[in-house]
Write a protein that binds this ligand. Structure first.
Ligand code: ZN
Length: 341
């Protein structure tokens, strides 16, 4: 919230003590009185208005249809994006091509590293796109872009799991290019290596985020992060975003506020299952994080005990522009809210 200052006292408008005046001087006095009234009342009027950021929620700034279309383009350019595959390289090119102006300005950073995995040493790359703001501090918005490695020999493309949230960040970047942040700087982080290579464990998962959290801790950037908002699986046609118990409770509150203020309160479920996601390595180092994830994806029947999650049925027909609109609105409002706190 912006600090509220006490409105100034209005000046005394009466000139009743001066009774022997001509009609002309009376008119002059009346004009002066009116001018004084307007000048003293205008600041009061503006003080009584709610802050501009509250009056105009970040609704519709980023188009859900545009996010949906970029998802389709990414899936066409790089349907399989597991590391070591040509599709992984295609996905990297897709991201970099969308941020050519930022790369030219030196605001696209490639965080390349090697990870020891059950499938051997892998070359991984996170991408960080920076939009400098006016205040000292950073808001991080993130998503992973690679596809699940154990599913590499199936038809799995991860429309909801990786593709649509990568597209969401790309479209947020399009907006920030023409509307630079007025508060904290905004960093878009495209994580590699979120998925386990063999079986989820502390050592076999979150390769990209563990690497980046350590790197940003070592170079002193981590302490400047005011909030980290992660997007995961939030294109689901039936959007019900969890209240992740492994996230910062204050950030979860901000998430609920952002959803309410943009008219998407119904998109937040009461589920508080703790998630292990790319937010975790940052959370463990004290960064305020929220994992914006809808883990409940598709039907839960014998054919789909875990819904469409990690199945070849995670395809573009299971996500919608409407859900992506809600997710985009909520993410843009999170920027506004973190700026105010
Ligand atoms: Zn996944």
């Amino acid at each position: 919230m912006i600090p509220r200052t006490q409105p100034k006292q209005p000046v005394i408008l009466s000139k009743a003590q001066n009774l022997s005046i001509s009609p002309l001087s009376l008119l002059r006095d009346l004009r002066a009185t009116l001018a004084a009234f307007v000048l003293t009342s205008l600041p009061l009027f503006f003080l009584l208005l709610p802050p501009a950021t509250q009056a105009q929620p970040a609704k519709g700034k980023v188009s859900g249809t545009a996010v949906y279309n970029v998802t389709r383009e990414l899936l066409a350019a790089a349907p399989k994006r597991y590391y070591g595959s040509p599709g992984h390289t295609d996905a990297e090119k897709f991201i970099k091509d969308h941020f050519a102006p930022e790369e030219k300005a030196g605001h696209l950073e490639t965080d390349a590293f090697t990870a020891s995995t059950p499938a051997g040493m892998q070359s991984l790359r996170n991408y960080i796109v920076k939009f400098p703001g006016k205040k000292d501090g950073i808001i991080v918005l993130g998503s992973h872009y690679e596809t699940n490695y154990p599913l590499k020999d199936t038809a799995f493309v991860g429309a909801n799991d990786g593709a649509c949230t990568t597209a969401l960040l790309i479209e947020i970047g399009e907006y920030l290019r023409t509307h630079p942040p007025s508060g904290y700087s905004v960093y878009l982080v495209f994580f590699d290596g979120e998925e386990a290579v063999k079986e989820w464990s502390h050592s076999d998962s979150l390769y990209g985020s563990r690497h980046l959290a350590a790197k940003l801790f070592n170079d002193g950037t981590l302490s400047k992060i005011k909030g980290f908002v992660l997007a995961d699986m939030i294109g689901d046609k039936h959007l019900d975003i969890d209240q992740d118990a492994n996230s910062d409770p204050k950030m979860v509150d901000l998430l609920k506020t952002a959803a309410k203020e943009t008219g998407h309160a119904g998109a937040i479920s009461s589920d508080t299952t703790p998630m292990e996601d790319d937010t975790l390595p940052f959370h463990q180092r004290g960064v305020p994080v929220v994992d914006v994830i809808d883990y409940d994806y598709g039907p839960h029947d014998n054919a789909h005990p875990d819904g469409y999650h990690h199945t070849p049925e995670d395809t573009i027909d299971k996500i919608s522009a409407q859900s992506l609109q809600a997710s985009a609105d909520i993410f843009m409002q999170m920027i506004v809210l973190i700026d105010q706190h």
